[in-house]
Design a binder for this molecule. Structure first.
Ligand SMILES: *Cc1c(COP(=O)(O)O)cnc(C)c1O
Length: 224
C-alpha cells in the first residue's frame, strides 16, 4: 500500500471543484502523517473519541471532518476544533452541536444527512423532513451552527444504475434547496457523496466532496 501514490492517483481522477476527504478511521498515526506529508489536509473519522485523540497528536493545520453517525453525548469531544460535521441526522443532534459550539464560542459548519438508500439501517432526513425542518423556528434560531450542505450514502450494492439514481435524486434536491434564499445559518455549497466504491458515479452526479478510505489506506481491520 503506497499512500502517496494512491492519493496522487485519486486526485488525478477528481475535478478541481471536488474536495477529497481522506478517511483515516482505525488507521494509525503514522499512516495519517504519511498522507499529510504528501500534502493531504482534510481527514475524516467516524468515532468522536478517536478523532479527538488523533487531533491532539497530529499537525494543527489538519482539517478534521466527523463523517459517520454521531451520538449526541459525543459532540463535546470534537466541538472545540472540528472543521465540518457531515452526518447530522436529527434536530436533537443539531441542537446539541449548537450548544457545544456556543460553549466553545464558535460556529460549527454542518451537513444534513439525507436518507437516499434502500436500506433500513441508514440514518438521515427524508427530503420532506429536511425541507420541513429548515422552515421551523427551532432551526432558524440556532446561531452557532451553519448548514453548509448535504450528505448522503447510496445503497451498498453492485447495481450502478441504482447508485446513480440515488445520487442523482440527492443532487436534484440539493439544487432545489439552493434556489431558496440563504439565511445566516443556511448557505448550501457542499454536497458530500461518494466513497471508494462509488466515487466515480458520485462525481458524475454532482458531488463536491468525496470521503475515501480504503482506496487510500487499504482495507480496514476492525479486529485489532
Ligand atoms: C468509512 C466511511 C467512508 C469511507 O469508506 P471507504 O469505503 O473506505 O472509502 C466514507 N463515508 C463514511 C460515512 C464512512 O463511514
Amino acid at each position: 500500500m503506497n499512500i502517496k501514490e494512491n492519493l496522487a492517483y485519486i486526485k488525478s481522477q477528481l475535478p478541481a471543484h471536488v474536495t477529497l476527504i481522506a478517511v483515516s478511521k482505525t488507521k494509525p498515526l503514522e499512516q495519517i502523517q504519511e498522507a499529510y506529508e504528501a500534502g493531504q489536509r482534510d481527514f475524516g473519522e467516524n468515532y468522536a473519541q478517536e478523532l479527538a485523540e488523533k487531533e491532539t497528536l497530529l499537525p494543527k493545520d489538519i482539517r478534521w471532518h466527523a463523517i459517520g453517525h454521531l451520538q449526541t453525548n459525543k459532540v463535546k469531544y470534537i466541538a472545540p476544533f472540528v472543521h465540518l460535521i457531515h452526518a447530522v441526522d436529527s434536530s436533537k443532534l443539531l441542537e446539541e452541536i449548537n450548544k457545544q459550539a456556543l460553549k466553545n464560542k464558535r460556529v460549527i459548519d454542518c451537513l444534513l444527512q439525507i436518507y437516499i438508500a434502500k436500506e433500513e439501517t441508514k440514518f438521515g432526513f427524508s427530503f420532506e423532513e429536511c425541507e420541513g425542518y429548515l422552515k421551523t423556528e427551532d432551526f432558524q434560531k440556532l446561531k452557532n451552527i451553519k448548514i453548509v450542505g448535504l450528505m448522503g450514502m447510496a445503497t451498498n450494492t453492485n447495481n450502478d444504475k441504482q447508485i446513480r439514481a440515488e445520487f442523482n435524486s440527492l443532487h436534484a434536491f440539493f439544487q432545489k434547496l439552493r434556489r431558496e434564499p440563504e439565511t445566516s445559518n443556511l448557505k448550501l455549497e457542499t454536497l458530500s457523496m461518494g466513497m471508494s466504491s462509488d466515487l466515480k458515479i458520485a462525481i458524475e452526479e454532482g458531488s463536491t466532496m468525496v470521503r475515501v478510505g480504503s482506496s487510500i489506506f487499504g482495507e480496514r481491520d476492525y479486529s485489532k
